[in-house]
Design a protein around this ligand. Structure first.
Ligand code: UDP
Length: 324
């Protein structure tokens, strides 16, 4: 299929592009490089540098490309920043996204695949894996902006017939052989812990040790980026439509993640305990049975060791990230 990918130079987008190309799809990447890296865009893809805020540019780009599907990864994704600058999040993740939706409708695109997030659930008070039926009550503008986009997708389907699949990611992690995780500001656990293993920081930080979990630290469900990309490829099949969680159904605490990083890297990785980070739910574990049953999704790298191992291989081969 011909697939138009926004945000295809970013962490998740670039690896989805690589997997799409490996599966013989044709890809055009549209990215403003505000977060992404030009070198992360696979050479087999066409690249357009452009911004979704520029309505004419995106309308013309999609009209000229005539893709069968659009995958929309371009968005801001820092929870903390969204609490201090909500305007930035609603403008880019919602308002600019409307330009892309309209471009998809005008060009007669058959399928729209959207990067949503477990942050749309907010602070779920469940101890069982979260299904797609869990009430969505975001607790920050980032989660709210993604939920607003989900709502727009429902209406665009009903009123314009635009079919969509929206994936609610839990904790995307890991790397491919060639492509990895490098952000201008890194807030995520695994890359920050691996920086210590690389000798680039003295110690990693544990945010909160008094949560109601067995070791007192937050539990998350980590999903390998390649498994996540595979779900996007399955979403392209005709007749697939709706909202899907993506996670492994297994939770690991912050301490367990750090310990796994120690084992995989063979480095001691000192850790210090700090206060809770605002807005972190104690436990987020995905119920992804719907994706397994309806999309035929089969995660291949479901263990934390496999995920951390792939991340360590990329980070140790690229200690300076893409600029190295
Ligand atoms: N975390 C931590 N130290 C860090 C980064 C994150 O203890 O340097 C914790 C964070 O508080 C959360 C978990 O690790 O409980 C996962 O955080 P991350 O930012 O990777 O993903 P999130 O779950 O917020 O999307």
């Amino acid at each position: 299929m011909k697939v138009f990918v926004t945000g295809g130079a970013g962490y998740i987008g670039s690896i989805c592009v690589e997997e799409l190309l490996n599966a013989d799809h044709l890809v055009t990447v549209f990215d403003n490089l505000s977060e992404g890296h030009r070198v992360a865009v696979d050479e087999r893809a066409q690249f357009i540098e452009g911004c979704l805020s520029d309505r004419e540019t995106i309308l013309n780009a999609v009209a000229a490309d005539q893709p069968e599907a659009v995958m929309h990864f371009a968005a801001f994704a820092q929870v903390g920043e969204s609490m201090t600058d909500p305007s930035k999040y609603f403008r880019n993740n919602v308002a600019n996204g409307i330009n892309l939706l309209d471009a998809a409708v005008e060009a007669g695109v058959k399928k729209f695949v959207f990067s949503s997030t477990a942050a749309t659930y907010g602070m779920p008070d469940t101890t069982v894996p979260i299904t797609e039926q869990e009430p969505q009550k975001p607790i920050n503008p980032y989660g709210e902006s993604k939920l607003m986009f989900e709502t727009m997708l429902k209406w665009y389907r009903e009123l314009h017939g635009l079919e969509f699949v929206a994936f609610r990611y839990f904790n995307a992690a890991g790397c491919s052989e060639k492509l990895g995780e490098e952000r201008r500001v890194e807030t995520h656990l695994i890359p920050n812990v691996l920086r210590v293993a690389l000798g680039q920081a003295k110690q990693c930080r544990i945010f909160g040790t008094d949560y109601p979990t067995p070791d007192g630290t937050c539990i998350r469900d980590y999903i390998h980026i390649i498994d996540l990309a595979q779900a996007h490829i399955l979403a392209l099949k005709p007749g697939k439509c709706g909202f899907y969680n993506l996670g492994n159904g297994e939770g690991y605490s912050v301490r367990e993640v750090i310990e796994t990083c120690r084992q995989v890297s063979g480095k001691p990785i000192p850790a210090i305990e700090e206060a809770r980070r605002d807005g972190d739910p104690a436990r987020l574990i995905a119920g992804s049975q719907k994706a397994i049953d309806e999309l035929g999704w089969k995660p291949r790298y479901a263990t934390l060791e496999q995920i951390v191992d792939s991340a360590w291989r990329w980070h140790s081969a690229h200690p300076n990230g893409y600029s190295g």
